[in-house]
Each structure stands twice: as structure tokens, then as C-alpha cells.
Write a protein that binds this ligand. Structure first.
Ligand code: TNX
Length: 489
């Protein structure tokens, strides 16, 4: 029987070449050109093969024989885009090729998923030719670290899982009514007074500037960029608790540990508000190497449209003045937007007209439909954790949807990508997070990466089953969806 091939997301081209499989042995070495930008990648692949095989794998920076090697190379002859890559396994060697180091990271993950353990503890890679590149440039996961804090070490586990499914954007929802999770140098009271709380009185926490740089760097090494979100002008109770000058009475609000939404707000006519937005967004922008900063903008239920538009414009201006592009939740589509602004669609219960108009005016749409991509929704009525406002989301629901036609009337080329979201009102630790993410995050990743004609539920069902041993090996908690025939544990 040929070895199983179960790559997720499904590559654009995957062919068996009919050669003998590559076998990982004591002689296996990684070979790369000695360019500085390839050394880190070569070490990453050697480390990965070493961990899978249980022995150290050497890296060489010059050709060393024709077989028993995993060779990394930068080449030009590939489909367009930074993330395009090729994996060729034949005649006892593996060639990983890409145009950029980011593409090589994608190739390495594919290689990781191709390794099968054959009887006798032999590790092998079937003889294949894979040529691949993503459908969408933005393939994200948004994590709410405000309702419950996610410590750096847990976040790194999540980033590792994201990279394994070729997701490339980690959106951090850093602030909300219940807590402020990023130290902002110009506004030290935010974390001093508002980081220790969480939903239900659970412990809080925050990221120092060093922690944040650590997260950004850990992501960058795995091809995952960070988009920080500071949610304004609603969801701001942590801010008004720290800075009383942001409230009409001048008095700080009480801290909040419930899960209602929509009650807190900034005030456009208070003199402190403009300075607050400028200080916070310029500091956050300067801590962020990526192109985007998210200004929130969701669920402001106690404000007139004009004041809302004024505050969205003030936040956007501060972000752009700091050299970054703006992302906001779908409600910002009701305000005038600069072309290139990213509107994140989440609530599918509303009229599509404003999104069509925004797209026509040059906005880009990021697809996070609550009923498909909100991974804090319960799988079914018996799921212990999670919420239900957008319905239940079984694995197939997360898989079977098409981003380009989701909003009627929005042209497909206005869609910049797909982002899953996980809100943490009910999720207080890493096992709770991964129980909701796995397996659904892999489904969303395939929606975002693979061309529609390469996607097929029946085929995905069989491939996802092969992922279970990998999650188990990492000790991750996951949901055994009844829609999949999981291997015996
Ligand atoms: C809606 S989605 C929210 C969040 C909640 C989430 C729970 C969005 C932009 N706002 O404040 O945490 O539902 O699923």
C-alpha cells in the first residue's frame, strides 16, 4: 500500500512521482546555501527533522552528495508571491524550493506533514512533486486575549499550530472592557490599573514591550505576522477605568468582569480623548513591524452615528500618521473610509449594502463570518464551552463555505482574505482554546489557502483524520468531531 499523503491545506499541485520514498536515516543532512537569511530556516528544518526522528540532524552549507539530503534553495521559477514553494522528493533526496525564506517556511511545514512512520519505526516521505501557493494573502486567526489573558508560552503554542496550517496573520484583540493586555509606554496606567482583571474574576495579565517583541519575533520566524487590535470607541471599560479623564464626570469607571457588550464608550467632545487615541495608536504602531493596526470599532450601542464616525476617523488618522494601514470590524463600513482600509466582516445577520458600497469605494474585505469562522461557537448543543449566538459550528460548517461570494454584491477581488476568530469569554486556558481550534482551524486554513476547485469535504475528512496523532504528540486537547473517522487512539 502506498504511504498516505494528507497535506492540509490541500496544495495546488501534488503528484506522486512513482520513485522510492525518501527514508530519514542517521546520514540525513540538511543542505543550504550559506546565506544569512537561509541559516535560520535550515536550522528550523534540521530541528524539526531531529525532533521527529529523535536524533540530531546536521546542517551543511555546501553540497554534500546527492542522496540522504534535504536541500533548501531560493529559486525564481515559481508561481508569483512570497509564499509560493515546491517540494520534490525523489531518488533519496528532498528539494525544498521557494522564491523567499517565507516560502521555504511553507515548504518545511508541508514536508513535516508528508512524513509517515512506517512499520519498524522507519520514517519516510513519499516520492512526490508539490507545487503550491496560497489563494489569499491574509489567512488569519484573531485571539481575544482581553476577556481571558493568554500567556506568551500558550500563545506560542497557538502560533505553532497556525504555522502548521500555513496561516500567516495573528490578530491580537488586546483590549476590551475586562482588561488591557499590552503595556503602552505613553499611558502606563492602562496596564498598571486595568490588566489584573478578567471575565468571572479570573486572574489577568499583560504583555510587556519585550513580551510583545518576543511574540512578533516568534511569529516572524514561522511566517506569521502580528496585527494588534486596540478596540475603540466601544469595548473601552479597561481604558476608562485607568483614565478617568476619558469619562464625562472625570471619574474612572469601575472594573468589569461580566460578559455583556456595548455599554462602554469614548466621548468625542472630551479634550482627553484625542490625545489618548494619538498616544495609544502611535505607540502600538511603533511596536509593530507589520503593515496593519486594528482599531476595533465593533458593537458601539450607545452612540450616535456622527460621533462614532468622528472617533473612527480620529483612530484611523493616528494609525495612518504612524505609517500603518487601518483594519476595523465591519461597523466601520458605515463611516467614510480611505481606500485600502480593511473591513472585517463578522455579523452575517445584517444588510450587505454598506459593504458593497465600501468595496466600491476601495475598501478591502476580510471574511470572518460568525456562523463559519467564529471558533468560540459551540460545535453542537452538547459542547461544554463556548457561545451560541452565531449558531453551532461543526467541522463541516467551518469547511464548506466560499469567501468570494459570501457577501452578495461584493466583487471577489475586494476580498483580501479569511480570518478565524476565537473569543475567550468562556475559554480560560490553553486546553480550552485548542479544544475549540482543533480541528476547525485547519478547515478555515484550507478555505483561505486552497483554490475552490481543490477543496472537497470528503477528501478533507480523510486528511484531517491523519492530523490527530500530531495533536496528540504535542499534547494538545482537540475535539473528536463525529463527522470524521478518527484513527484508534
Ligand atoms: C461579538 S465579533 C464580539 C465580541 C464577542 C463575540 C463573542 C465582534 C467584533 N464582537 O465582543 O466576544 O461576539 O462571540
Amino acid at each position: 500500500m502506498p504511504d498516505v499523503i494528507a497535506v492540509i491545506p490541500q496544495p495546488a499541485v501534488l503528484e506522486r512521482t512513482g520513485d522510492a520514498p525518501f527514508v530519514l536515516t542517521e546520514a540525513t543532512t540538511v543542505v543550504a546555501d550559506g546565506r544569512p537569511d537561509l541559516i535560520g530556516i535550515a536550522v528550523l528544518v534540521a530541528d524539526l527533522l531531529g525532533r521527529v526522528g529523535g536524533r540530531a540532524v546536521e546542517v551543511r552549507y555546501a553540497e554534500s552528495g546527492a542522496s540522504d539530503i534535504v536541500r533548501l534553495r531560493l529559486v525564481e521559477s515559481l508561481p508569483p508571491g512570497d509564499e509560493a514553494y515546491r517540494v520534490i522528493s525523489r531518488n533519496g533526496r528532498i528539494d525544498l524550493e521557494a522564491r523567499t525564506p517565507a516560502g521555504l517556511v511553507r515548504a518545511i511545514v508541508t514536508l513535516r506533514q508528508l512524513i509517515v512512520s512506517a512499520p519498524g519505526g522507519v520514517l519516510r516521505v513519499p516520492a512526490v512533486r508539490i507545487e503550491d501557493s496560497p489563494r489569499y494573502d491574509w489567512r488569519g486567526l484573531s485571539i481575544d486575549v482581553a476577556r481571558h489573558f493568554v500567556p506568551v508560552r500558550d500563545l506560542k503554542v497557538v502560533i505553532g499550530v497556525m504555522a502548521h496550517y500555513k496561516l500567516n496573520v495573528l490578530h491580537l484583540h488586546l483590549t476590551d472592557d475586562q482588561g488591557w493586555r499590552l503595556h503602552v509606554p505613553s499611558r502606563p496606567l492602562l496596564t498598571r490599573l486595568s490588566s489584573s482583571t478578567s471575565v468571572d474574576g479570573d486572574p489577568g495579565g499583560f504583555y510587556s514591550a519585550e513580551d510583545f517583541a518576543d511574540i512578533v519575533g516568534f511569529g516572524a520566524a514561522r511566517g506569521v505576522r502580528v496585527v494588534p487590535e486596540i478596540d475603540v470607541p466601544g469595548h473601552v471599560n479597561a481604558a476608562t477605568h485607568a483614565y478617568g479623564e476619558l469619562t464625562p464626570s472625570g471619574e474612572p469607571t469601575d472594573s468589569y468582569t461580566g460578559i455583556e457588550v456595548g455599554f462602554s464608550r469614548l466621548h468625542a467632545d472630551l479634550p482627553a480623548t484625542g490625545a489618548f487615541l494619538t498616544d495609544v495608536f502611535s505607540d502600538v504602531a511603533s511596536m509593530t513591524p507589520g503593515d496593519y493596526v486594528h482599531i476595533g470599532g465593533d458593537e458601539v450601542l450607545t452612540m450616535e452615528a456622527d460621533e462614532y464616525a468622528t472617533l473612527v476617523a480620529a483612530a484611523s488618522t493616528a494609525v495612518r500618521a504612524a505609517g500603518k494601514k487601518v483594519v476595523g470590524w465591519q461597523e466601520i463600513a458605515h463611516t467614510p473610509l480611505e481606500p485600502g482600509t480593511v473591513v472585517q466582516y463578522w455579523d452575517t445577520r445584517v444588510d450587505p449594502a454598506p459593504f458593497v458600497a465600501a468595496a466600491e469605494a476601495g475598501a478591502l474585505l476580510l471574511m470572518s463570518p460568525g456562523s463559519k469562522a467564529y471558533l468560540d461557537m459551540k460545535y453542537d448543543a452538547s459542547t461544554e464551552l463556548g457561545l451560541e449566538w452565531a449558531g453551532h459550528i461543526e467541522l463541516r460548517d467551518a469547511y464548506d463555505w466560499e469567501p468570494s461570494t459570501l457577501i452578495e454584491g461584493v466583487p471577489g477581488d475586494a476580498v483580501i482574505g479569511v480570518e478565524a476568530a476565537i473569543w475567550t469569554e468562556t475559554l480560560r486556558d490553553l486546553p480550552a482554546l485548542t479544544q475549540m481550534l482543533l480541528p476547525r482551524l485547519a478547515a478555515i486554513a484550507e478555505v483561505a489557502w486552497s483554490a475552490p476547485e481543490r477543496r472537497d469535504w470528503e477528501d478533507f475528512r480523510t486528511r484531517i483524520a491523519q492530523q490527530a496523532p500530531f495533536w496528540d504528540r504535542l499534547g494538545l486537547s482537540w475535539y473528536a468531531s463525529p463527522q470524521v473517522d478518527w484513527p484508534q487512539r
